[in-house]
Design a binder for this molecule. Structure first.
Ligand SMILES: Cc1ncc(COP(=O)(O)O)c(C=O)c1O
Length: 376
């Protein structure tokens, strides 16, 4: 096989970006210059439009990785005397609990196994039984397993119970449909370097403007105060602190490509195609997915570790990387596993190339039994 010089990243971000996105970083921008200010404004407007929030929602960008935006969202929106119910079925739900502890916010949890979506009826009962819960936080696609959580049902229950919803849509935003006109939420956090196919270094929160404006005095720290960031940006059109200019320029180019591909629908369709090629091909080789197809988001797929004693993940990983394809280790507690992503600048050719690399690497390792241990 002819390995590409730079491997394709079949990972959930950072991921493989388009040449135009990388090229957009080849110039320097003055952060107080009109051209940069216009670029920044336009990007914020486009992100709000992608969420169906024009007229009702605003985009507050933040330096840093996705975790920064999630932490800023919780700290800004959950009042000091509020209580957050965290819906957990993976590592990113657990991380929100750690944030609550670090900030000293009261919280409760509703946890299901990593391969099990939350039950909307159970959530309803939990809200009915605890009047102190002011907010609910949920992960849209739990990247730990790749599971798609029932966001619309959860949002409807939270609204019916008069509570506020905060969404971590980090690995779904831009490819999974999420329309603020249909799904009521106060805020959602996402980042540049996942389904929007930008580069790492910037995240953002899409917030209902009136909910955000009611958050004065909530944030435990200045840097993560989204209301302060928003008000400063509205007033001066500039970032409060040094903006990641090159990352923002790359996101502008990535959003052009997103639009040219047909927006959320077009991007989601390509990722669903990638997932199908990947899952069909891996199943033909005998691998088993953690999730049934109905629960599997088109973002990242978890496979059970094969039973074959000759299979060593590190050797498999290195073999694939040497052939030009980088995959991801597992992050599950329920099963021994590894993950392969479907997002980024990956098309049919790259997905088929990755499958060919899997076949060749298994042959090199002498692995013949790809089913999981219990099923062998
Ligand atoms: C659902 C979800 N939330 C939060 C994060 C954290 O983002 P970051 O690693 O950029 O801090 C990730 C990262 O993969 C994620 O998938």
């Amino acid at each position: 096989m002819n390995a590409p010089k730079i491997p394709f990243l079949l990972t959930p971000g950072p991921l493989t970006t388009a040449p135009a996105t990388r090229e957009a970083m080849l110039r320097d921008w003055g952060s107080r210059d009109g051209a940069f200010i216009a670029l920044n404004r336009r990007i914020r407007e486009r992100l709000v439009a992608l969420a169906g929030g024009e007229g009702s929602h605003v985009c507050v960008p933040l330096q840093g990785s996705g975790t920064f935006a999630v932490e800023a969202m919780l700290g800004t929106f959950v009042p000091r005397d509020g209580k957050l119910l965290v819906v957990i079925n993976g590592a990113y739900g657990h991380r929100m609990v750690r944030m609550c502890r670090a900030m000293g916010r009261a919280y409760a949890t509703y946890e299901t196994a990593e391969d099990t979506p939350p039950d909307p009826a159970r959530l309803d009962a939990l809200l009915a039984g605890d009047a102190a819960i002011s907010h609910v936080a949920v992960v849209h696609c739990e990247t730990t397993s790749g599971i798609l959580n029932p966001l619309a049902e959860i949002a409807a229950i939270v609204a019916r119970r008069g509570r506020r919803l905060l969404v971590d849509s980090m690995s779904g935003f831009g490819a999974l449909p999420l329309d603020a006109r249909e799904i009521p939420f106060d805020a959602l956090a996402a980042s540049a370097n996942k389904c929007l196919e930008g580069v790492p270094g910037m995240a953002f929160v899409i917030a209902r403007r009136d909910a955000l404006e009611a958050c004065a005095g909530n944030a435990p720290v200045l840097s993560f105060d989204l209301l302060d960031q928003f008000q400063a940006m509205e007033k001066t059109a500039q970032w409060r602190f040094t903006p990641p200019t090159h990352v923002i320029a790359a996101l502008g180019a990535a959003l052009d490509a997103h639009e040219a591909e047909g927006g959320v629908a077009g991007r989601g369709a390509r990722y669903r195609g990638n997932r199908k090629i990947l899952v069909d091909g891996m199943r033909q080789l005998g691998f088993e997915t953690l999730l049934p197809d109905a629960l599997q988001a088109p973002v990242i797929v978890t496979f059970h570790m094969p039973a074959d004693p000759r299979f060593r993940f590190e050797t498999f990983y290195d073999g694939l990387r040497d052939k030009g394809y980088v995959i991801y280790p597992g992050k599950l507690t329920v099963a021994d596993s590894f993950r392969i992503g479907c997002i980024g600048q990956l098309h049919e050719a790259e997905m088929r190339g990755a499958l060919a690399a899997v076949r060749a690497t298994l042959a090199e390792m002498g692995v013949t039994q790809c089913g999981r241990a219990q099923a062998a």
